[in-house]
Design a protein around this ligand. Sequence first.
Ligand code: ZN
Length: 312
Amino acid sequence: MRTILFLNPVFKQMVWGGNQLGDKFGYAIPGDDTGECWGVSAHPNGKSIVREGLFKDKTLSRLWRENPELFGNIDLQFFPLLTKIIDAKGDCSVQVHPGDEYAREHENGSLGKTECWYIIDCEEDAAIVLGHNARSKEELTSMIEQKKWNDLIREVIVKPGDFIQVDSGMVHAIRGGMMVLETQQNSDITYRVYDYGRKIDGKERELHIKQSIDVITVPAPSVEESVKSTVHMPKNRMNELISCHSYVVWKLDITEKLTFEQSHPFMIMSVIEGEGEIDGHKIKKGDHFILPDGYGHVDLQGDMVIIASSVK
Ligand code: ZN
């Protein structure tokens, strides 16, 4: 259908959140501890609502149920992806997500979660947690039980424009001083491995040690397999960043114009820098929208960076 579903984002306040989503993206954030902007979400914990046009005021989850033709009539119970912009002022807890199979069995039939990050901005020498140094499940278990966190956790230095694939089973954490666009499976199942001994209202947050040990992949995939720089990718074309069982993600760095056919069941787009136009509609940093199934020819022009995603 030749309509663009512009969506209003949902904000989440977090212990590690900040004010960059207001200061840098111009959103009306609810407080100085705003950690996440859910740009495209049909999750019950935060539902995107259509901003204008034919489907104005409908939630994405309702459209998924009532107008499946907009999304290529995919045979899935829920909209499969969730796109967030994360402002981590403080360190996020070290966590791991289960795969689909483990989640189905242990989490009431829920989906597992694979996610990926595009680093929008970070401080010099900023590091993320990505993977671990244990060589066997036994070593992993004993390092966790003996709380040898510094030996266990693998830190990786990142730069703006880096793209990181975080498969289910991969230990990970975004660290303070970072803004990230996250594309993920539409699931909220998270096992917290370690929270830096941090206390909130005098109490440490619950850890999920048994589940974590069950699902952590040993050994961890290499850093080279998981991290790639995108800064030298060509401009004015669709650069595929990843294609996996859960999603396909592209980076579009537009300085002039880009035209292509939207032939996927749907395509999510988030403008993370600059401004421009899509088929005569003005778009700018912070806009999130979906091009439905059968949209056809797409004309983008301006000076902007877009992260796009779909399913295979
Ligand atoms: Zn995660």
